[in-house]
Ligand binder design. Sequence first.
Ligand code: PLP
Length: 487
Amino acid sequence: MTGNDRLTIHNVREQIVGIDAQVPLLDGSHRQYVNFDNAASTPALRPVFDKVNEFMSWYSSIHRGAGFKSQIATAAYELSHDIVGCFVGANLETNTVIFGKNTTEAINKLARRLPLESGDVVLCSLMEHHSNDLPWRQRARLFYIAVHDDGSLDEDDFDRLLHQHAGRVKLVAISGASNVTGHLNPIHRLAEKSHAAGARILVDAAQLAPHRAINMRADADPGHLDFVVLSAHKMYAPYGTGALVGPASIFAQGVPDQVGGGTVDIVTVEDVRWAQPPDRDEAGSPNVVGAVALAQAILSLQQIGMEAVARHEAELTAHALRRLRAIDGIQLYGLTESDRASERLGVIPFNVRGMDHYKVAAVLSFEGGIGVRNGCFCAHPYILRLLKVPGEQALRHQEDISSGTRRGLPGLVRISFGCYNTIEEVDHAAETLARMAAGGVSGEYDQDPASGAYWPRGYRPDYEQYFVLQPGLKLQPHGPRLPRCGV
Ligand SMILES: Cc1ncc(COP(=O)(O)O)c(C=O)c1O
């Protein structure tokens, strides 16, 4: 692909930075890395990497610099706000785009900036990532919408909670898509119901944004989304940016949660005049590079087309479900029908019967060169519900963790696709899992009780063969970083 070629779903794989990386396996061989951990973070897209490098020659202080480079950097930063706003279909006359580090920071900001009074109710669901749960616990009376056995939202329970707390529900905080089951919530229908009950709706789009088109819709549309948050590192732009999009009127009032440079129009010893949004909520020198990277990632995704992304990922998901369902010993969670793959994201949770989820993830890595995630995915209540862990057992696990052991903790293994993954990669994972389920594990593994992670006995990869941060400083697997600072 040359610089002038269009990015498509067919050539996007060649445009993934590090796609050719060969990783070592336990048997001494190497193989091309298979990244099935895209729900955590995606690799960088080459156009993003290239745009960042191009921009670095023009990078300079923004807003407060008068120099030519500052003019360019400021203009690029401002335009990046609009690109994000347009990507989520926000009306930029009435909405603002606030940049921060990530989705977690965006939700925390909203939790502090949304006017809430004592007794006000926020509804979230049992499937939420902790980042869309914990910030609300501190700010309101929080109630959880139940989920069904397959992990989907219990919309009757949502209706019931809205009715039960009528007049007091100020916000419905819900994920666009689950990071555990890939379940897609009917966000516009929930928005309509929320608005009819006098509540606003926040959509946590950390998982949705890389995989589906988002349209916040016109403010007057009953199904419009009031707030949307997302993270660039899940969208092929791992340069430390996230965004919060919502009504400018909310952020044009009150004292920002972080105060300091950039948030003000004028300050005297006696008084402060706060700036207009988004400046009021972007305290300090912002991450200009991250904003440009996110904007380029969006332009690249739009060039590929979100429909093409969704279609390709649904094919991967359908294929993976067919292959995994055929393996005796694999227990799938969530929606498991392959012909319904387009109704959810390519996030597939499972367990291998008789094998600890920590060990499954380790064997996939050390013997298959496949990167997945295991555990509870920052959604502990949801995992306990999916696994039907009784309350007393959950308490025992809490005590275990407090006493320093993660042995026997419930959890799942998660495969999650990006738009560049292939059917061949799915086949490789399915074959590796089929071998494992049939008892075909080559190494002897020991579990570290503190972290729960399994490690092949006596095995020590030489990280310096692959990446050196500083000659003479060794990278330690799970080890201490700089045991003696100042050396
Ligand atoms: C649904 C969901 N919400 C929020 C987050 C938090 O995102 P971040 O770590 O980028 O703040 C994640 C991260 O995995 C997520 O999947």
